[in-house]
Design a protein around this ligand. Structure first.
Ligand SMILES: *Cc1c(COP(=O)(O)O)cnc(C)c1O
Length: 393
């Protein structure tokens, strides 16, 4: 297999995150089939959860996503600068954010307050700003509080009639708490939609579900679903449902080459603090990835594993800034051998979700925090659009 730079994707590098764009395409199609006729807003915030926003966005759009979602304006501008002209919505704004530049770049804006609405309308200066009004249905993060919703809707209608804004969508976000809380949030969303419709905002794009509800609850899908983690092939569920159960393929494989091997005697301590000692003579393999690269130090001693030579081996001792140690037993491991830290479970590799469990966190955090020292390399993906060069971030 050869990637867009003609490199051999099968050959391991010192350390790298291999991003399989075919997996992104597969995941978008799998989710799309499940949620149709709802549209897919591909959420590529935080550099596409560490996968690289531009490449991932292109793959998601080619696979049928109709819109992109990001947190802040700089993330939206990155997509525009790369020549992506699909609809993009950004929903987390600094006070004083450059809404004029956003409108000029045709970036749609999530609106969480009356103040934001007015700021956006003034910044639009002539052009109509495209907005999605956000109602807080119980996450208590951003979004317009229910008590202020009627006034914000009334103001939006006024500004729309004056052609200073266009209300593209109405949305909210779940707290991912329980089905009961989801039901309360859906009821609150329904009330907000009814108020908006009575005020004349009919036929707008309604969206509330992210991956978890989109995959589980048809009544949450409305006109569009915002899919983040599902694109990357990880599970949104905390109940043990795996990505494989969902038919999703993890897109990121984190791998490296063994930097050193040594044979140690029973009783030898390894890595800082000697939290681990060999209970028999064994071979230790050194992996050149550490917490600077997003390998969680909290996973030290928690049963995380890697794949070396087709077999899973335990991570032992403390994860350091640049490196960690694997107990390879009596296997013939050599310097330069490939180590897969996580990837597609179909290959026998551990998943980012398993690393999340070992570190007391979620797969989302594992992939998103893979650090800038780890180059992303791309394979696969549709060839009908130009791909960016694989970048060293
Ligand atoms: C991050 C985010 C999403 C995507 O959530 P996933 O669980 O990754 O699918 C959707 N909507 C909003 C508002 C978000 O912040």
């Amino acid at each position: 297999m050869s990637d867009q730079n003609g490199q051999d994707a099968a050959a391991p590098a010192f350390r790298e995150a291999l991003i399989d764009l075919d997996a992104v395409v597969h995941n978008v199609r799998t989710v799309a089939e499940r949620v149709a006729p709802a549209e897919i807003i591909a959420v590529v915030k935080a550099d596409a959860y560490g996968h690289g926003a531009v490449a991932t966005a292109r793959a998601a759009l080619a696979a049928g996503a109709t819109r992109l979602g990001v947190a802040d304006l700089d993330e939206a501008f990155e997509l525009r600068d790369a020549g992506i002209d699909a609809p993009v919505v950004a929903w987390l704004h600094d006070p004083g954010a450059d809404f004029a530049a956003a409108v000029a770049a045709d970036v749609e804006l999530g609106v969480s307050s009356r103040a934001q609405l007015d700021e956006i309308a003034s910044a639009a200066a002539g052009a109509a700003a495209r907005v999605h009004l956000k109602i807080d249905t119980g996450l208590s993060r951003n979004g317009v509080p229910a008590t202020e919703w009627p006034a914000v809707v009334a103001r939006a209608v006024e500004l729309e009639r004056a052609e200073r804004i266009g209300v593209v969508g109405i949305f909210s976000h779940f707290a991912n708490t329980s089905r009961e809380v989801d039901a309360d949030q859906l009821a609150a969303f329904e009330r907000a939609l009814a108020i908006a419709e009575q005020a004349g905002l009919t036929g707008r794009l309604r969206h509330i579900a992210s991956s978890e509800q989109a995959l589980r609850d048809p009544s949450s899908r409305y006109d569009a679903v915002r899919i983040g983690i599902g694109l990357y092939g990880l599970t949104p569920f905390g109940d043990g449902t795996t990505s494989a159960d969902l038919g999703l393929t993890p897109a990121m494989t984190l791998r490296a080459r063994v930097a050193a091997v040594r044979r140690v005697d029973a009783g030898a301590g390894a890595s800082y603090g000697h939290i681990w000692h060999a209970n028999a003579e064994t071979t230790l393999a050194l992996v050149p990835l550490g917490y600077a690269d997003g390998i969680p130090r909290q996973a030290s001693g928690q049963g995380a594993e890697v794949l070396i030579g087709g077999r899973r081996r335990p991570v032992v001792g403390r994860v350091a800034m640049d490196q960690f140690i694997v107990d390879a037993g009596d296997a013939p491991v050599a310097v330069g051998d490939e180590v897969v830290v996580f990837g597609d479970p179909a290959t026998g590799a551990p998943t980012a979700d398993e690393w999340g469990a070992a570190a007391g966190t979620i797969g989302y955090e594992i992939v998103t925090r893979i650090g800038p020292r780890v180059p992303r390399r791309y394979t696969g993906g549709p060839r009908t659009v130009p791909w960016p060069e694989a970048e060293d971030l």
